[in-house]
Design a protein around this ligand. Structure first.
Ligand SMILES: C[S@@+](CC[C@H](N)C(=O)[O-])C[C@H]1O[C@@H](n2cnc3c(N)ncnc32)[C@H](O)[C@@H]1O
Length: 207
């Protein structure tokens, strides 16, 4: 049973979500997307914050939001219910994505770190196969620190005690994830922004 199916867990995250120092990373992510985005997929969309940012910059684009949390799905319906450009898909990212069509951009913020490492890797491969050539995969995520001390310093910096840490986190270092992206063939795969345990990992499916 994932914590994200619990309404109180969702409410507690959303209360603090804006306080994360994410604005600069989101701006870089938006800046690295292709000039023309016709379809965008947001993995673990939550209340649709990142998808809204992408669609604001690309008003001609269609978006697909994927999540499995009932409370988040309600918020997605509230935010995008009347927007014909957005399809909300109820799906557990622990399972293969299936055929969602092809995309110019596949984005995600603070969601993929909840998956087991092997599933993270499979999901990256699925993202590759759903991207058009020239398409961008961008994962702004919570990553592992090099030591417990640095991890606790991160928690302090975002106002959490170790007891309040999300038990559904499965943190993995940036280096391993970038190595996977490069092995899969992503071009320009790099960490485009980092602050403590928050990192923007991004790669392009070459033309
Ligand atoms: C920390 S929130 C981030 C939400 C949003 N992307 C944001 O940036 O604010 C993590 C999101 O990932 C979703 N999530 C976690 N595990 C998931 C899974 N296995 N399948 C689908 N969604 C998942 C949660 O339901 C939640 O909406």
């Amino acid at each position: 049973m994932s914590e994200w199916r619990d309404d109180q867990h969702v409410a507690a995250y959303l209360e603090r979500a804006d306080a994360l120092p994410r604005a600069e990373a989101e701006a870089i992510l938006l800046d690295e997307l292709p000039a023309e985005v016709r379809r965008v997929l947001d993995l673990g969309s939550g209340d649709g914050r990142l998808l809204r940012l992408v669609l604001t910059g690309h008003p001609e684009a269609f978006g697909v939001a994927v999540d499995f949390s009932p409370a988040m799905l309600d918020l997605l319906a509230e935010r995008f219910g009347s927007d014909e450009r957005v399809e909300v898909v109820t799906h557990d990212l622990g399972q293969p994505l299936g055929d969602l069509g092809t995309f110019d951009a596949i984005v995600s913020s603070f969601a993929i770190h909840h998956l087991e490492h092997e599933r993270k890797r499979e999901l990256y491969r699925e993202a590759w196969s759903l991207l058009r050539s020239g398409g961008v995969f961008a994962n702004l995520d919570h990553v592992a620190s090099p030591s417990p001390r640095v991890h606790v310093r991160f928690l302090e910096a975002i106002g959490y005690t170790p007891d309040e840490e999300d038990p559904s986190n499965r943190l993995l270092d940036v280096e391993t994830q970038l190595a996977w992206l490069r092995e899969m063939g992503f071009a320009d795969a790099d960490c485009y922004w980092k602050w403590r345990e928050l990192a923007l990992m991004l790669g392009v499916r070459p033309r």
